[in-house]
Write a protein of this length. Structure first.
Lengths: 396, 396
DNA sequence: CATATTTAATTTGTGTCATGAAAAAAATAT
DNA sequence: ATATTTTTTTCATGACACAAATTAAATATG
């Protein structure tokens, strides 16, 4: 038994986090838990320091008379949470409070692109330490660290099948980090973390089911079904970038042929440009794009074909999942390369035709720290789960 | 409240159905519900007539001494369930008892390929009536009808966006059927029903997550996640057959280009054969296959390309879902056309490479009535849910 | 300014339910 | 015949959600 209470606690807490601030009676309405139970549960959460009352403010929705409703909020300073993204040559770190507000941002170069396991673990540790020091916090105050990196990762086990940042394959990275860090660490694939970021801070707020597609050097996908990230059996699903769009097609950096990434990734675009010769820049996609924009037919055709391939990938995702919402997420530049309107046109005309509204496709431009914030969001979730479970244990 | 009891009832019932016959104490072990609660719940189910005790048999696992365990089974004659598949020109119907044993099989031609809504509803009604009459049962004894047909269908609403069997688009077929049939009807896409059939009677028994791919005239897919069929937002997901495998590719009967089906479907194979001329048969895939088998290089290349495209589709499914199990399901013939070993070879070499066991791929040959049995399985599930909900209501 | 009214939150009592422990049941072993 | 073993049922307990009643805290009203 006792699990029903735990689920109640979760529901109430999520309602509060979701609403930002909300009176007990509205929690009752939102969760359809009785006011009596809401009182019981909130008083627990209150005394555990996870939430707090927002006294003076006249909570919104309050009527003219009657006892004023007192709003509850998640206690922002309950825990300090860290999110980290390991990129090619750079470590980005954010420290968030428990409601997800940024406390501090921090960036640090990484000496090598590819490192030994313990070495990278140390880099992570030192980076977090430095970040904490820089904002005069103690690393031991950090209640949880979310860590994102490229590669094939089984998040459940903090296990890395392969990552461009690690020399070894099949690494128990969670264990390696546990040796050097005091707080629980949650490792995940970077595309999943973008999905988390969208869910908590972005276009996915309030949505229970959606798909996030990221376009950077590669193409990534995150699948959210029923508020949860779908990970597959071995934890390495959602590899849209290595979905095949052409039989015996272009060579991909994964060593196989015909992957979507091999047509849409930046290296794919540059490869085309370099083959053609004719004075097209082939060291920067932005430069190549400038040529296309200026009217160069060859450059244009390169982006056009990539766009069509991307559309194909999107169509396949939609035909398979019939999602409610697809979020194209990435930095401004990477998304601009593909003419959005034409892309949507292609997608619309190639999707299974049904007399029902098409899935919504939203484009979302993110800054540099999206990945790290997603990692932090993931950690916030995990820490919340831990703390509420603790509460349930203590009550017993 | 009271939902925990309902969930308990479901768990217990599923455990019984799953095990075929099982003693209370083993139900307790299997569900980790206490023996006390199992007693309470089973006595309810018992008095509702959903299950029965299997007295005389020495239930398996019983020890030498001690009170003998008495096994429980689902009461086979609790309800009569019908499953029906509307195919091109044929109606197949099965009547199953409540444990899924076939009571009667029945087939009837359909006059037209494509009909008006009410006309088709009448065909369904008359078919069911005839089937019942043929085995001396009353149609009113049928507690539920599962109905499968090709097309884009929102099963939740018994709503048909489009079907080759219906003249109209966007049909409230559930409502049309309710007017002429006394029992609840559950309509679904045929690929989903194959998934149901696999889950209840086939290779999916005991699996919580798997993907079924059917190869017939078209290519279909059913996705089972957490024991439930994934349907997408509008109920028209899992359209693997119209996934694009070639930019600007071959014309598909859906009017678009490059669909997987346009390379793998039977009409696609015959089209190739007919274009080439050279005395290849182009009216029967079986005949074409005989040529290939006999060594005809052109015929071979037709099947080979189709096989490669099919492999591509499978690879994409695996890369996206990272499933535990994929079931290739269909009639013997349709599967034989594609050399199984080579297909698997292609799939293995094109899937994202991880040092973890590949998803299992099982091939399952089915007879003609698979579709109807899947429909019946779907109805059994739905009726069970209804009856247990009724029980919960009555208890209140 | 006292009192009514209104709305929110809390308290109280009740009923449901799962469960552990004890008892009963039903067999075999001695 | 009695002990032992194993399954099932009964019983008492405790957790919990909730409806109803109560309290709290504000505004409206005369």
């Amino acid at each position: 038994m006792q699990d029903q209470r735990e689920s109640g606690r979760h529901q109430v807490f999520e309602a509060i986090r979701n609403a930002n601030q909300i009176a007990r009676i509205d929690i009752a309405k939102a969760t359809s838990i009785s006011p009596a139970s809401v009182t019981a549960i909130t008083s627990e959460l209150l005394s555990a320091g996870l939430i707090k009352e927002l006294h003076p403010e006249p909570s919104p929705g309050s009527a003219k008379r009657g006892r004023p409703r007192v709003a509850l909020t998640v206690c922002d300073n309950a825990f300090l949470i860290a999110g980290m993204k390991i990129a090619d040559r750079q470590l980005s770190i954010v420290l968030l409070d428990f409601v997800g507000e940024t406390v501090f941002e921090f960036t640090q170069p990484i000496p090598e692109r590819r490192m030994a396991t313990d070495e990278l673990a140390k880099i992570v540790r030192d980076g977090l330490h430095a970040a904490c020091a820089a904002c005069e916090r103690n690393m031991h105050d950090v209640a949880g660290l979310g860590l994102g990196m490229a590669g094939l990762i089984d998040a459940e086990r903090n296990y890395i099948y392969w990552s461009p940042s690690l020399e070894a394959r099949n690494v128990e990275f969670g264990a390696a980090l546990a040796k050097v860090l005091p707080m629980p660490v949650f490792v995940d694939n970077d595309a999943n973390l973008v999905a988390k970021a969208e869910q908590h801070f972005g276009e996915g707020r309030g949505e229970t089911d959606f798909i996030v597609i990221t376009i950077e050097q590669g193409v990534g996908m995150g699948i959210v079904i029923g508020n949860k990230i779908y990970r597959g059996e071995r934890g390495c699903g959602a590899e849209l970038g290595h979905t095949k769009v052409q039989l015996e097609g272009a060579m991909c950096r994964c060593g196989q042929r015909g992957c979507l990434e091999a047509y849409v990734g930046d290296y794919a675009l540059l490869r085309e440009a370099s083959v053609h010769g004719q004075g097209l820049p082939h060291d920067s996609v932005a430069a190549l794009y400038a040529h296309a924009k200026a009217g160069d037919a060859t450059a244009r055709s390169i982006f056009e074909r990539a766009g069509r391939m991307l559309a194909m990938g999107l169509v396949n995702v939609i035909n398979i999942f019939d999602p409610k919402l697809v979020i194209l997420s990435g930095e401004q530049a990477s998304l601009d390369f593909f003419d959005g309107d034409r892309l949507l046109e292609w997608v619309k005309s190639s999707v299974v035709q049904v007399d029902a509204p098409l899935p919504e496709i939203r484009v979302h431009h993110w800054g540099d720290l999206m990945w790290a914030k997603g990692a932090a969001a993931y950690a916030i979730e995990a820490v919340t789960r831990l703390k509420i479970k603790e509460l349930s244990r203590d009550a017993a």
